[in-house]
Design a binder for this molecule. Structure first.
Ligand code: SAM
Length: 279
């Protein structure tokens, strides 16, 4: 039984980091004319109303996108992400926040394919509605971990994958690593992005160790902590691990992460930008 609904969390600091990295990766992956396959293994509903009762119950977006909304950065990547969110809010108020499917749809071109997996029945319905109308977009009510393996290698021979599970099931940490190893065996040149929450630092240390030991090359990690690690309460940080990143991603994140810490974190916040495994 799935209970996680992303509508309670849309636009929070974790979404800001995740979607900034996603937008940067897709921007570079769509420079070449050649077709690309994008796979979103855990899509959620795709689009969120911030005035809706779920977002208003937690108001997490107030600690995330609402703090950036009117910010002018000296870094293009952050400005472009903010402009992208603004494009979903044409009346000038922060009423809506796009999920990863809508962000991906913004970048995907006629020649690309988008594959979107979602298991929650209500979010699947919303996702189907939010993504309807394009022939190159397929929404599937199936397990995204298995669905991904079935799509590899893609006919286009170019793929970009987002793995963003809710980690409701503790096994998800191991499933992520095992799925990546399988996916990489089938298609080693794909770009794989994995989101993770820091609730219990040891779990993330183990996940990192598993990826480092896997033999996969060229792995980077970007983390934004809005407060210091603690064993007392919920999520204090989140990160994105990227396998086969575009060549400028680390340089961009090195520049943007300190700015995000100053905008979104308390005085104990920090960031990580690391090459976990060399090319
Ligand atoms: N990627 C989305 C975004 O950035 O807007 C948010 C996704 S949310 C963190 C995780 C989603 O995965 C939930 O909607 C949940 O119902 C769904 N889910 C959980 N287990 C799944 C599985 N095995 N396969 C596909 N979807 C799953």
């Amino acid at each position: 039984m799935l209970s996680y609904r992303h509508s309670f969390h849309a636009g929070n600091p974790a979404d800001v980091l995740k979607h900034l990295v996603l937008a940067e990766v897709l921007k570079y992956q769509t420079i070449k004319d050649k077709p690309l396959d994008y796979v979103d293994t855990h899509s959620g509903a795709g689009f969120f109303e911030l005035a809706g009762s779920d977002a208003q119950k937690t108001q997490e977006y107030l600690d995330g996108i609402a703090k950036l909304w009117q910010h002018n950065s000296e870094h293009n990547a952050l400005n472009e992400y903010i402009e992208l969110i603004k494009s979903f809010n044409s009346n000038g108020n922060l009423d809506f926040y796009p999920g990863s499917p809508k962000i991906a749809e913004h970048f995907l071109r006629r020649q690309d394919n988008g594959w979107f997996f979602e298991l929650h029945p209500r979010d699947l319905e919303l996702l189907q509605d939010n993504m309807k109308g394009k022939r190159s977009i397929r929404v599937r009510g199936e397990n995204g971990f298995q669905g991904l393996i079935g799509l590899l290698p893609p006919a286009s021979r170019r793929a970009c994958v987002l793995i963003d599970p809710p980690y409701e099931i503790k096994n998800d940490y191991d499933t992520v690593v095992n799925t990546l190893v399988k996916a990489h065996k089938r298609f080693a040149t794909g770009t794989y992005m994995i989101w993770y929450p820091v609730v219990d630092r040891e779990r993330i240390d183990r996940m990192e160790a598993g990826l480092i030991a896997s033999g996969m090359r060229n792995i980077q990690l970007f983390e934004l902590a809005t407060e210091a690690d603690t064993d007392v309460h919920g999520m204090t940080a989140s990160g994105m691990i990227v396998i086969n990143p575009p060549w400028k991603l680390k340089q961009t994140m090195d520049a943007v992460l300190p700015e995000l810490v100053s905008l979104l974190s308390d005085s104990s916040g920090f960031y990580r930008s690391e090459q976990l495994v060399e090319e």
